[in-house]
Design a binder for this molecule. Structure first.
Ligand SMILES: Cc1cc2nc3c(=O)[nH]c(=O)nc-3n(C[C@H](O)[C@H](O)[C@H](O)COP(=O)(O)OP(=O)(O)OC[C@H]3O[C@@H](n4cnc5c(N)ncnc54)[C@H](O)[C@@H]3O)c2cc1C
Ligand SMILES: N[C@H](Cc1c[nH]c2cc(Cl)ccc12)C(=O)O
Length: 516
């Protein structure tokens, strides 16, 4: 049985892989993780999908175990600001889309919504977020959901097993470096060997398979399976094995970022429990609230803005609190390795692929890849069918998210400069134009979004199209013949539930502080 794994890289991808494999296979797997003491990790990656809870559950971890160690907070949505026009904002929440007479409530909203805010009329969470509240009460109970989070069938699910069963109401924000440190401790306590050294050479045998990695001071590290978690450099998969990298740059031009970690008195500031994406002249700025600081950064395209201008804009956006904070300039490699599993090497994390973090998908990619690799762990025959199925699944996830992000830019109403005008004419992936044409008269559904699993449900597409405001959407004609009473009752029920929650839930900061 193959059971010797060498992971190169100790960022989020490396330690997520090591910890998950130890949880999955225990002492039956031998893991060595080597990371450079000279090459830093990318140091960002602080907002997630709600599905990440399956990762922590699989490791046997409860929120009280890991959140305080990572200064973590809840993320109830992404808030998009100024994508339609200055001053406008809308939410993409973690909340199931309600349906009336077989039509999504947003279709009824298009026909005759109560207000001009689809998000606040069709969902409860936007108002909870605006009020800066926690979705859990001080005793830890979650606002009532159409499922019992404590039920046996909800425990220890993998993301794949859970797909589409329920929509959990929140995701997380956490400090990337603290999460890596927490998972490193978890991993080493369970027997992962940690080597701090630079891999200087990757040895290949005559088949082109990796026989070992040579380090500066700890000799050769050998194994059966090598996991490339070396980030954008793709040291094993792209450099040693020369697996081509397929760029998405022609459809997603943002190739750079500048990040700041801004210390903040969050008790005084208050916590808006969401990630905010504020559109700018040549990209967008993220704001992520953590306990003790805010993570923020400008994602932009160098074809339209210089790093110096980006830094000036970000510092101006943040204000005086950013004055003494060191900037982290990052070049982003946008796209994916043609295959992430080649011979006996699997790339996970930035080495496998990446799109700009507009919907916080980098860690979702890692989590999905780890689950798929654990499920398809190779046997002595190195069955090529397993490898091919793995590469198909991982490729579809990244291609699908790429398409979802293109829809954000294509449907954004903003066209007030060349950057934003170019988002309407830039090349788009095959199939998107046809899908967007369909959505003008029928909101996205499971038949008309990207056809393979990529982590996003149809309602996520609805939120983007309705929020961005650049596409003229029409309600289904059938609604004109239908009785609107039930839809009106649903809108009223949402309004009443929103009013009850905003009166009773605790402030987000108050809830997180008691977790510490
Ligand atoms: C600007 C930006 C914002 C992001 N925001 C989000 C977000 O909000 N949500 C999200 O989910 N994702 C986000 N991501 C993605 C997220 O940061 C990454 O998915 C995550 O950090 C994983 O990175 P990694 O471990 O693959 O690579 P890295 O963090 O770059 O780690 C690479 C590791 O390889 C090691 N290494 C490199 N070369 C060698 C060598 N020769 N020998 C030994 N070790 C070596 C390094 O020491 C390091 O430990 C963001 C990414 C960027 C660029
Ligand atoms: N897999 C889903 C994806 C999802 C559903 N709603 C949202 C909202 C935001 Cl901001 C990101 C992702 C998703 C999940 O993780 O809940």
């Amino acid at each position: 049985m193959l059971n010797r794994v060498v992971i190169v890289g100790g960022g989020t991808a490396g330690w997520m892989t090591a910890s998950y494999f130890k949880a999955a296979f225990g002492d039956r797997i031998d893991i060595t993780l080597v990371e450079s003491g000279n090459v830093g990790s990318v140091g960002v990656g602080e907002a997630t999908f709600s599905d990440i809870r399956h990762f922590f559950e699989f490791l046997g971890l409860k929120e009280k175990d890991w959140m305080p160690a990572c200064n973590a907070t809840y993320k109830l949505a992404v808030r998009f600001e100024n994508w339609r026009e200055p001053g406008h904002y809308f939410y993409h929440p973690f909340e199931q889309m309600r349906s009336v007479n077989g039509f999504p409530l947003t279709d009824w909203w298009l026909k005759d919504g109560p207000t001009d805010r689809f998000d606040k009329d069709c969902f409860v969470m936007p108002s909870v977020i605006d009020a800066g509240l926690s979705p859990r009460r001080m005793d830890g109970t979650l606002i009532d959901q159409p499922f019992d989070e404590g039920a046996d069938e909800m425990q220890g699910l993998t993301m794949s097993e859970h797909q589409g069963k329920t929509q959990f109401p929140y995701a997380y924000h956490f400090e990337a470096a603290l999460l890596a440190k927490y998972l490193a401790k978890y991993s080493m306590e369970r027997g992962v060997k940690h080597v701090v050294d630079d891999v200087e050479h990757v040895d290949l045998d005559d088949r082109g398979w990796i026989s070992g990695v040579r380090t500066a001071e700890h000799g050769d590290l050998t194994g059966d399976l090598f996991v490339d978690c070396t980030g954008f450099r793709g040291l094993l998969i792209n450099k040693a094995l020369e697996e081509p990298f397929v760029s998405y740059q022609d459809t997603l031009p943002n190739d750079s970022a500048i990040a700041l970690q801004v210390p903040m008195d969050m008790e005084k500031r208050g916590i808006r429990p969401c990630t905010t994406a504020t559109a700018q002249d040549a990209g967008w700025i993220w704001t992520i609230p953590l306990l003790g600081r805010v993570g923020t950064g400008y994602v932009y395209a160098r074809d339209y803005l210089s790093p110096e201008e980006a830094e000036r804009t970000l510092r101006e956006f943040v204000g005086p609190a950013a004055a003494d904070v060191e900037a982290n300039h990052i070049r982003m490699r946008i796209g994916r390795s043609r295959n992430s599993w080649v011979n006996n090497c699997v790339a996970i994390g930035l080495s496998s692929g990446f799109v700009e973090p507009l919907e916080s998908t980098g860690i979702f990619f890692i989590h999905h890849a780890i689950e798929q690799l654990a499920k398809n762990f190779p046997g002595p025959d190195w069955d090529p069918g397993r490898r091919d199925r793995y590469n198909d699944a991982v490729g579809h996830v990244m291609d699908g998210v790429r398409e979802f992000l293109v829809v954000h830019y294509r449907s954004a109403k903003r066209a007030d400069n060349q950057y934003w005008r170019d988002t309407k004419t830039r090349k788009i992936p095959d199939g998107v134009a046809r899908r967007m044409e369909q959505w003008k008269t029928q909101l996205p559904d499971s038949e008309t979004i990207y056809p393979y699993y990529h982590g996003l449900p149809p309602y996520s597409y609805m939120c983007v199209l309705l929020g961005m405001g650049g596409i003229d959407l029409k309600p289904s004609p059938a609604l004109g013949l239908s009785d609107p009473t039930l839809a009106q009752r649903e809108f009223e029920a949402i309004r009443e539930k929103t009013e009850q929650l905003t009166k009773t839930l605790p402030k987000a900061y108050e809830y997180f502080s008691q977790l510490r």
